[in-house]
Structures are given as structure tokens and as C-alpha cells.
Design a protein around this ligand. Structure first.
Ligand code: UTP
Length: 241
């Protein structure tokens, strides 16, 4: 099975502590040892926001700010690479071709951002499309896709299951409300719809949840099921990995 795991920066390194990074690396290593081909994409988290905030005050333009954000995502990727050691490609691939080549060689690819004007949500979906992944997992700090921002709206409803088209509609609605944060952004949702990749959005703060989702399809988040696909992947049903 080929899987792309997207780990938000605030999930991987909320305080730059090594333990969380180590715990995520252990899970990724286990999946690779069980025969999964794994690509990971790491976000920038609070550190990226701080750098971007300071540089904005200093007069940097939006593209320059994005480039700073990309640099921080790659720094975070290097933390995960440090924990994975020789199993990972030694530096964050800077494009999909390099990431795909690393995975093809049998290395774990750990990327950050790629190009200004987007986030690592879209990078993850594009990598999944590029390598023709069986599964894309977003390990976020929100436990799934909600009808409203659960931090803002008390009766926000979590969706157990959405089609990719429904995901696009839900995220477009959320992004209309200024200030509300969606667990996956609209460009990523559109790439998921285009590629038809099976996707799970879950709370990744406990890395074992990522492993259960990849191994068995077990999770408390949201399943994004491409139109026309079975809700059970053959891979889960047959116990093949
Ligand atoms: P993130 O993917 O972490 O963005 O990249 P985010 O969604 O704003 O962060 P979270 O989810 O709250 O942690 C950090 C920043 O890096 C730039 C963007 O400015 C983004 O906000 N970036 C990242 C790019 O410009 N291009 C990329 O491909 C990736």
C-alpha cells in the first residue's frame, strides 16, 4: 500500500519538543516496516506563523512571506528526517518528482512546501496524486471535517463520511466565513476531488491514530470517499498491506 501522511506543523512540533517528533517517526517507521510505501508532508505550525508575522511587520510581500513559510515547513521536515534516520531521504524533496523518486527507491520521503500561494494541505494532495497513493491521511489538530469551525461554533457537526465533491462544498462554505479555519483547504479539496484519492482527516495529536487509520481504516475522523468507490478498501478487507 502506498500512503501519503500530511502532518500539521502544530501537530508534529507544537513546542519544538523532540518527543512528539519521535513518536510520529516511530509510527511512520512501523508502517514502512510493515510494507507500506510512505510519503509524508510536514506543515509549518506556530513557528511559521511567528516568522511570517515578524517578516510582514518588516515589510516583506506575500510571496516573500510564503517563501519564509516554505523554509519553516522544510525545517520541520528536517526534524522528522532526523528522527527517521537512514530510512528517510536525507533532505526534504523540493518537488513531487524528487519525492516520488525517493519513494520509488524505498526511502521515506519527507517534504515541506513546494511553491508560494498554497499550503502543505495542497502539497499533500498533489503528492498523493503524483505517486498514485492508495490513501491520503491528514493528521491535523481538528478531529475531522466539521460543518462549522468547532472552536467557534458549539453545535458544529462532524461528518463521518463525505464524497470528494461534498468535501469541496463544505470547505468552500467554511472558507467564506472569515476567520474560521478548515482542517483542509479548498485547493487541497479540489485536488482530492480531481485525483479521486481515498482520504482520511483525523486528529493526529496521538500518532497511533494515524497507524490505526492506515492499517485498518479505524479512526474517529472523516472519511472522504471518491464517488463510485467502495467504502471499504480491498486492502483493509483482505488484511493485505
Ligand atoms: P502550512 O501548510 O503549515 O500552512 O505552511 P497553514 O495551513 O497556514 O498552517 P497550519 O495548518 O495552521 O499549521 C505554512 C506557510 O508556508 C507557506 C504558506 O505561507 C503557509 O501559510 N507555504 C507552504 C507555501 O507558500 N507553499 C507551500 O507549498 C507550502
Amino acid at each position: 500500500m502506498k500512503v501519503v501522511v500530511s502532518i500539521g506543523g502544530s501537530v508534529l512540533a507544537p513546542d519544538l519538543g523532540s518527543e512528539r517528533v519521535r513518536a510520529h517517526a516511530d509510527v511512520i517507521e512501523d508502517l514502512a516496516a510493515e510494507g507500506c510505501t510512505v510519503g509524508t508532508v510536514v506543515g509549518g505550525g506556530g513557528v511559521a506563523r511567528e516568522y511570517i508575522g515578524a517578516a510582514r511587520e518588516l515589510g516583506a510581500n506575500e510571496i516573500e512571506l510564503d517563501d519564509i513559510g516554505i523554509d519553516v515547513t522544510r525545517l520541520n521536515a528536517r526534524l522528522l528526517i532526523a528522527a527517521l534516520g537512514e530510512q528517510a531521504a536525507p533532505s526534504p524533496p523540493e518537488d513531487y518528482e524528487a519525492a516520488g523518486a525517493a519513494m520509488h527507491r524505498g526511502d521515506i520521503a519527507v517534504m515541506g512546501g513546494v511553491t508560494p500561494g498554497q499550503t502543505t494541505d495542497a502539497v499533500s494532495a498533489a503528492l498523493a496524486e503524483y505517486v498514485n497513493a492508495d490513501l491520503l491521511v491528514y493528521a491535523t489538530s481538528v478531529p475531522g471535517v466539521f460543518s462549522d469551525d468547532p472552536n467557534e461554533v458549539a453545535d458544529a457537526r462532524r461528518y463521518d463520511e463525505l464524497t470528494a465533491g461534498e468535501l469541496v462544498d463544505v470547505i468552500a462554505g467554511l472558507e467564506m466565513n472569515a476567520g474560521s479555519s478548515a482542517p483542509v483547504d479548498l485547493l487541497a479539496a479540489k485536488l482530492i476531488e480531481r485525483s479521486g484519492v481515498r482520504t482520511i482527516v483525523l486528529d493526529g495529536t496521538e500518532p497511533e491514530r494515524i497507524a490505526d487509520a492506515v492499517r485498518y481504516g479505524d479512526h474517529d475522523g472523516t472519511d472522504i470517499i471518491p464517488e463510485g468507490a467502495d467504502d471499504q478498501m480491498t486492502y483493509w478487507a483482505s488484511d493485505e498491506r
